[in-house]
Structures are given as C-alpha cells and as structure tokens.
Design a protein around this ligand. Structure first.
Ligand code: NAD
Ligand code: ZN
Length: 376
C-alpha cells in the first residue's frame, strides 16, 4: 500500500510499504477514507522529536472496516469507524479508570500508545491506505454509514477531543471566561469547545492572521501577540482580573513575537493572564528531551516556569496527553445532531500523494494550511 513515510528532517515521501495484516484475533483492518496531519507530526517532521527513518506517520484516522479478527465481537466488516489516536487495551487499571491515554498494556514499560508516533509503541500510522487497529472492539468508534460529515468526523480522532479535554483540564464552567494560547487546530477546537460549554468570553492568542480570523468566525476574541503583550490585552478585557480559566495549545515550540523560540513563554503568560485561583489546562506538548532546544536545560525538558507566581496566584494546572476516547462518542453525537461542525478548521483537502507538499506548507504555517486532511 502507499503511505507517508518519514525520510529525514523536513522530508517525508509517499512510498510503497507492506500492507498491514491481522496480527492478533482482536485486530481489525481499516481502509482509510480520511486522515489528517497534526501539529504533533510537525515535531517529528522538524526533527524535534527524533523519529526513525521509515516510520509511517498518521494518528488522526477514520475509514471502513475491511477485515475482522476472529476475536472481535462488536465491530463488523463494512462499519464506518473513527480511531482515537490513543491505542488502548480497555482492561488495564488506567483504561478502567477511563484514562486510556495512559494505557499500561499497549506500550510497556511506558503508559500510553498511539499510531505512527515515536515512543508510542509499534503501531503503524494511518497516513496510508490501510491501518491495523488493535483491541478493535474497544478502539473503534462506530459512525453512521455513508459519507456525510466526513471531515467533521475526521476531527474526532484527536483534535476535537483534545481541545475539549483542555477545557476539562481547565475546569471550564458555563458563564466563565477563558484564554486559549494557540490558534492552531487544537487551540481552535479548545475555543470551539469553550463556546459549546457556554463560556461568556473566549480569547484566542496567536499571530497568524488567518488562524485568528477563524477564531473570530466562531465568536472568540482574537488576540494578536505580535501587536502587543497578550497578557495586557486579556487583563484589560477582564476588568483587570485576568480570565477565569486558561489553555495552553502551543507547547514547547512556543515563540516570542519576533519568532525566536521561548519554550516557557506560554506557560508563564498563562499564569499572568488567568486570575487568582484560576485553572490552567495544558495540552500543548512538552517533552523530556528536545534535541533542538535553545538551551541545555530545555534540551532535557527543564523549563524556566515561574512557580513563584503560579503559587502566589493559587492556581491549579492539569497537563498531559488528551484522552480522545473519553469524549469522542458525545462529540460524535453533537456532530450528528447538527450542533457541532468542527470541520470549520479544515482548510485543505489533498490526495495522499500530495502529502509531502502539504507537510512543507503546513510547517511554514502558510495561509490556508491550518488543518490538512489527506484522502487516500
Ligand atoms: P500548530 O503548530 O498548528 O499550532 C500551534 C500554534 O501556536 C501556531 O498557530 C503558532 O502560531 C502558535 N504560537 C506559537 N507561539 C505562540 C505564543 N507565544 N503565543 C500564542 N500562540 C503561539 O499545532 P496544533 O495541531 O494546533 O497543536 C498544538 C499543540 O498541541 C502541539 O504542541 C501538539 O503537539 C499538541 N497536541 C497535543 C495533544 C495532546 O493529546 N495533549 C494532541 C494533539 C496535539
Ligand atoms: Zn494529533
């Protein structure tokens, strides 16, 4: 089959690789109909999370079940399914506690597995024609048949649940205000989830004009951090108090307005832009190792986070890999009911063969390449 293969820093290619096959009776094989490129793929693409040459990327997958292992009971050939990016067993302690992003079975001795991601287990990615899905009864979310809402459902594998998870980590309640750093697809999904949950004001901080416009299009207040201190802009519009809640949807590759990388800038600005006793939800990625970090501490995941200020403000913080499975069924039902259309972030649909060009443009944050979906 054809698949997007990592070659080297800033280089992917569409190549022939071995077809996946049923390896365990609990597997199914899915023919991919839509798969997406994620900001998380860019960390590997840029060599900022070291991936082995030859790995197939892709953890935002959906498609049609083609083959079913003998131990699968719920999922049938022909089912249209979304695959949460977290590969999970369903029976370990963490899965039973609905923390499937930290499954203890699928990637020992680590907690948590994913498709097509370095350090997340042996699961080949889905930017390809076919995908093997382990523990299929647990990992498949069944969708209505047909091809309606295809790009909306494609957002269910990762970014819609991840954005929603950010609002859960931040404990957002109806009527509250929230500031979201990052207007990439994840930040936009966090802002969108905040609107769905009835936030009274949603601020979205970024500097890419097209992305800020998307934020405005869903009723959020765009904050351009290249036009002035984002903390001041938020504090000024929240009676001098700061927002009730905050989300980091940027992560360790955060930059200053001039473009220079400052890995802790968003965390520190969040502390300042959120009020005393507010909560922060951090879904932007932070890693224990970063070969391209600006200094030696950051290279080992140690950032200059302003703990003193965080303590003084009595804030709380939730972090970590999001759990797509915890929310994907409810979010699917919002889409079916016509109450949510997360595909508003999808800015380009390209054939799988054009993935290398799409990666390069998305990496440059080129206008119109906010969220790219690939069609095998
Ligand atoms: P993206 O790279 O498209 O978006 C990041 C955005 O942050 C960009 O628009 C950039 O301009 C902006 N940005 C950079 N510095 C900033 C600053 N100082 N202030 C405000 N905005 C700034 O990526 P994405 O797909 O939206 O993903 C965002 C992050 O979420 C990435 O780190 C990704 O790895 C992570 N992620 C985490 C999970 C999870 O489970 N926790 C899942 C998916 C993605
Ligand atoms: Zn992703």
């Amino acid at each position: 089959m054809r698949a997007v293969v990592y070659k080297d820093v800033n280089s992917v290619a569409v190549e022939q690789v071995d077809d996946p096959r049923i390896e365990a009776p609990t597997d199914v094989l899915v023919r991919i109909t839509t798969t997406a490129i994620c900001g998380s793929d860019l960390h590997m693409y840029e060599g900022r999370t070291v991936a082995e040459t030859g790995i197939v990327f892709g953890h935002e997958n959906m498609g049609i079940v083609e083959e079913v292992g003998s131990g699968v009971s719920r999922i049938r050939k022909g089912d249209r399914v979304s695959l949460p990016f977290n590969v999970a067993c369903g029976f370990c302690r963490n899965c039973l506690a609905q923390k499937t992003a930290f499954c203890l079975t699928v990637n020992p001795p680590y907690a948590g597995g994913a498709y097509g991601y370095v350090g997340m287990g042996p699961y080949t990615g889905g930017q390809a024609e076919y995908l093997r899905v382990p523990f299929a009864d647990f990992n498949c979310l069944v969708l209505p048949p047909g091809d309606e809402h295809e790009n909306d459902f494609a957002m269910l594998a990762d970014i819609f649940p991840t954005g929603y998870h950010a609002t859960v980590l931040a404990d957002l309640n109806p009527g509250e205000t929230i500031v979201v750093f990052g207007a990439g697809p994840v930040g936009l999904m966090a802002a969108y989830s905040a609107m769905l949950k009835g936030a009274s004001k949603v601020f979205v901080v970024d500097k890419v004009p097209g992305r800020l416009q998307l934020a405005e299009s869903i009723g959020a207040i765009p904050v351009d951090f290249s036009a002035g201190d984002p903390v001041e802009q938020v504090v000024d519009q929240t009676d001098g108090m700061g927002a009730d809640k905050g989300v980091d949807a940027v992560g360790y590759q955060a930059t200053a307005a001039e473009g220079e990388e400052q890995p802790a800038v968003v965390l520190n600005q969040l502390v300042d832009a959120v009020r005393h006793t507010g909560r922060l939800g951090v879904v932007g990625l932070y890693l224990p190792q970063d070969p391209g970090a600006p200094d030696e501490n950051a290279a080992n995941g140690r950032l200059l986070f302003n703990v003193g200020r965080f303590f003084e403000k009595g804030q709380k913080m939730g972090t970590g890999q999001a759990d797509a499975k915890a929310y994907n069924a409810q979010l699917r039902d919002l889409i079916i009911a016509g109450r949510a259309t997360p595909s508003f972030v999808v800015s380009k649909e390209v054939p799988l063969d054009e993935a290398p060009d799409a990666y390069a443009r998305f990496d440059r944050r080129e206008e119109g390449y906010s969220k790219v979906v690939l069609k095998p």
